[in-house]
Design a binder for this molecule. Structure first.
Ligand SMILES: NC(=O)C1=CN([C@@H]2O[C@H](COP(=O)(O)OP(=O)(O)OC[C@H]3O[C@@H](n4cnc5c(N)ncnc54)[C@H](OP(=O)(O)O)[C@@H]3O)[C@@H](O)[C@H]2O)C=CC1
Ligand SMILES: Cc1cn([C@H]2C[C@H](O)[C@@H](COP(=O)(O)OP(=O)(O)O[C@H]3O[C@@H](C)C(=O)[C@@H](O)[C@H]3O)O2)c(=O)[nH]c1=O
Ligand SMILES: [Mg+2]
Length: 295
């Protein structure tokens, strides 16, 4: 199975490269300058050249706060760009697995968000990603849109790396404790994507395998809970102690609003694709240790 993935240095594409071989997949990252989502004319030729069986649409504008000031660029990449990738998949006659986000929700629900719940993004990033979902779904029926959340990994830029960088100069970090979600390892996401890709290829017509799915760990937590686990793993490995001050969103002003509760109900992808990701704490400990003691 040959899988073309948009982007070259992103967290999920890097995780797919690490996990692909073990799952019998050849991962072909396709990124700038060959494929630039800001230049739609590059997309089909670059993807066609990889001769893919499946396309994973992982490239995106992911700077949540910066997007508030760069609305045009965020939309061209996350909305128009996503639609162009899906249209290329249709032309090439292959399924597309497109990644979206928990930030399509406004966070006002008490429980877990299902795929049928109403969307209501609070910021430019979430709105542009939602427009991307619509563009993908209208470009080809042969799609699986996977909404994921709070992605962390040994690669790229992410919250674990931010916390470890802060720990180099501080023994005290303030972290919001009133935003809840599902911290997810890009490596676990890669395993899920590979499983979905196999099913889409082996059953080319099953509509239960297609559509929109929430994929994430079985449990959830706050950003402060996540920081606690990171610093516990740091303390175990290096004896460096960092305390987490649990603050409110109001005490940590940012350009973009974020959902207070974006916890995702993952039962649909379990039913349709048999996918269950691990509890987040285990995966976060592994990532933290890997970042402290490079392999
Ligand atoms: N990070 C997160 O917390 C979450 C991410 N998601 C979604 O999951 C997907 C993967 O995220 P993640 O791996 O963390 O992303 P990263 O932020 O780690 O990487 C972004 C990727 O997008 C690529 N990219 C950005 N602009 C362009 C462009 N104009 N043309 C081509 N490629 C471009 C980058 O290219 P290059 O390799 O050249 O740098 C990079 O590979 C995204 O769709 C994101 O919206 C969903 C929920 C949470
Ligand atoms: C660095 C830092 C952040 N925070 C807060 C700010 C914010 O509310 C929360 C997370 O901050 P970040 O900027 O790392 O996370 P953010 O960029 O909002 O992460 C989001 O990225 C996009 C791409 C997604 O799709 C989402 O699922 C989600 O992962 O933690 C603190 O409270 N203290 C700190 O020291
Ligand atoms: Mg961020």
């Amino acid at each position: 199975m040959r899988i073309a993935v948009t982007g070259t240095s992103g967290q999920v594409v890097t995780a797919l490269v690490e996990r692909g071989t073990g799952a019998g997949a050849t991962i072909v990252p396709v990124g700038r300058p060959q494929l630039d989502l800001l230049d739609p004319s590059t997309v089909l030729p670059a993807l066609a050249a990889t001769k893919p069986d499946v396309i994973v649409s992982a490239a995106a504008y992911t700077a949540v706060d910066k997007a508030e000031a760069e609305q045009d660029v965020a939309w061209r990449i996350n909305a128009t760009g996503a639609g162009t990738v899906a249209a290329a998949a249709r032309v090439l006659g292959v399924p597309v697995i497109h990644l979206s986000t928990d930030y399509v929700f406004d966070g006002s629900k008490d429980g877990l968000w299902t795929e049928d719940d109403p969307v209501g993004p609070l910021g430019v990033y979430g709105a542009s990603k939602l427009a991307g979902e619509v563009a993908v779904a209208s470009a080809t029926p042969n799609h699986a849109i996977l909404r994921i959340a709070w992605v962390v990994s040994p690669f790229g830029a992410n919250f674990v790396k931010t916390m470890l960088r802060l720990a180099e100069t501080r023994d005290h970090v303030r972290v919001v404790a009133d935003q809840y979600g599902g911290p997810t390892s890009a490596l676990d996401i890669a395993d899920g994507i590979l499983a979905v890709a196999k099913r889409l290829l082996s059953d080319t017509n099953d509509s239960n395998l297609r559509g929109t799915f929430h994929m994430g760990p079985t449990n959830t937590g706050s950003w402060a809970d996540l920081a606690d686990v990171i610093f516990a793993a740091l303390a175990e490995t290096t004896r460096k102690l960092v305390s987490v001050e649990r603050i409110s969103t109001a005490e940590y002003p940012t350009p973009a609003r974020r959902p207070p509760n974006s916890r995702l109900d993952t039962r649909k992808i379990e039913r349709a694709h048999g996918i269950v990701l691990p509890e987040w704490q285990t995966s976060i400990e592994m990532i933290t240790r890997r970042l402290i003691v490079p392999a």
